[in-house]
Design a protein around this ligand. Structure first.
Ligand SMILES: [Zn+2]
Length: 429
């Protein structure tokens, strides 16, 4: 990695600053919330398409619905893709050299019921932080990817291998549908970058994940105000939380031999929600007949996820058999998104990891941290199922999947510069 490449990257991105910030603000201001089975990403994809058009970049905006009938086993059968469009672009290289894929997702989770300090769609700039839903996860990253394409197009620089851009739908909730559609339609590449928020660290691994609802149903709330004893699953569900806690303690002893070695709790088990009756003033005296615990398990890239889940199920059966209530009212096991997501890991000495490390060092003027993602994402799919070596490198920010999300705009520009330097280096190698 030459110093000149880093300087060139900075020189090419700098003149775009103003329009990149406006693009990011517009994207945040355009609702692209996805809630399974559907999602409303297309208006935001159109905003992005107009930006490319204004910069002379040809793009394709195409519906992803065809994957529902593709017969591809990776497609989640419960999802719907009608009117959900991916946006893609390809800068042709000279035909010699490695290709690079810049992938990002346009969908966001909903704003949630916890109030935000200002509108989730404000896109407002406060001291260099762009605020709003999806700013950090991951419209900032999508803008960095778009910046690489526009900078190359404007400069007229021809890379060796092709550079592919894609902004996909259905990444949140572990859908993967947009990335699957992009692969089935547009083929592969020699390496991939996904600029999810990484605080300008290189993540060479991602975790797997699985969310399951554990419920118990008992008794009859209509029997309230009668003399017969009422069964309530609320207290037994408390005992079930004890089982989850024991499970979390067991999992916390697992040691990672790879990218997660430095994580104090490499495979967390989290209780995401507990529900019996709601604290609803309209039902003042009512004993719940159903209670549920939502648990989120994560897995190391090297774990046999099927076997781990079987082990968890076996342990749950044992717990059930040891508890008189659950012997009578068995625990229902309901996965939230279907099959688990799998993690991935790219070696620290892989040529793509080395290329990103050198590019980031040259642009940032310091050695970047190489670490691993504390979350699952499309990288697992990209790397494992489509065989494309994948890294994450993205901007600084906070609040993903929570109120008051923001991204630091300067770090979006730094991300674009690093990705551009890496693209020049990789595709000419
Ligand atoms: Zn994301």
């Amino acid at each position: 990695m030459s110093f000149t490449t880093a300087r060139d990257a900075r020189k090419l991105i700098r003149p775009l600053q103003g329009e990149l910030k406006r693009l990011l603000q517009q994207l945040v201001q355009t609702n692209s919330v996805a809630v399974p089975p559907g999602g409303g990403e297309t208006p935001a994809q159109q905003v992005l398409q107009s930006f490319f058009r204004a910069n002379g970049v040809h793009t394709e905006l195409y519906t992803t619905e065809f994957i529902e009938k593709s017969g591809n086993p990776l497609v989640r059968k419960t999802r719907r893709y009608r009117a959900r469009k991916n946006l893609s672009a390809r800068l042709r290289g000279r035909g010699r050299g490695r290709s690079l894929l810049l992938n990002g997702h346009m969908d966001t989770v909903p704003a949630g019921k916890v109030p935000w300090s200002r509108s989730p769609w404000s896109g407002v700039d406060r001291g260099g932080r762009i605020h709003g839903l999806g700013s950090f996860d991951m419209k900032g990253g999508v803008v960095a990817n778009a910046a690489v394409i526009c900078a190359l197009k404007k400069s007229g620089i021809k890379t060796g291998g092709d550079i592919l851009f894609e902004s996909v739908v259905d990444e949140e909730w572990g859908g993967g549908g947009g990335t699957i559609a992009a692969r089935l339609r547009g083929g592969g590449a020699d390496a991939c970058i996904i600029p999810e928020g990484t605080q300008l660290e290189i993540y060479r691994a991602t975790r797997g994940g699985f969310v399951v609802d554990l419920s118990a149903e008992a008794g009859n709330s209509a029997a309230y105000f009668s003399k017969s004893p009422l069964m309530s699953p609320a207290v037994p569900i408390g005992r079930l939380l004890g089982w989850v806690d024991a499970c979390a303690k067991r999992r916390s002893k697992i040691k990672s031999g790879g990218a997660y070695a430095s994580f104090p709790d490499p495979v967390p088990v989290q209780v995401l929600a507990v529900q019996a009756n709601l604290l609803d003033p309209e039902t003042p005296l009512s004993v719940p007949s159903q209670a549920t615990v939502r648990v989120y398990f994560q897995f190391l890239p090297e774990e046999d996820v099927k076997a781990v889940i079987q082990g968890i199920k076996d342990s749950l059966k044992q717990f059930e058999a040891s508890d008189a209530f659950f012997r009578k009212y068995p625990i229902q096991w309901t996965p939230l998104i279907g099959a688990p997501l799998l993690g991935h890991e790219l070696p620290a000495d892989h040529p793509w990891t080395r290329c990103m490390f050198e590019s980031a060092s040259a642009v940032l003027g310091r050695k970047p941290v190489i670490s691993a993602a504390p979350y699952p994402c499309d990288a697992g799919l990209m790397h494992r199922d489509f065989g494309i070596p994948t890294l994450l490198f993205g901007p600084c920010g906070a609040g993903a999947h929570n109120p008051d999300e923001y991204v630091e705009f300067d770090s979006v520009l730094r991300t674009a510069e690093v990705l551009l330097a890496a693209a020049l280096e990789w595709t000419n190698g």
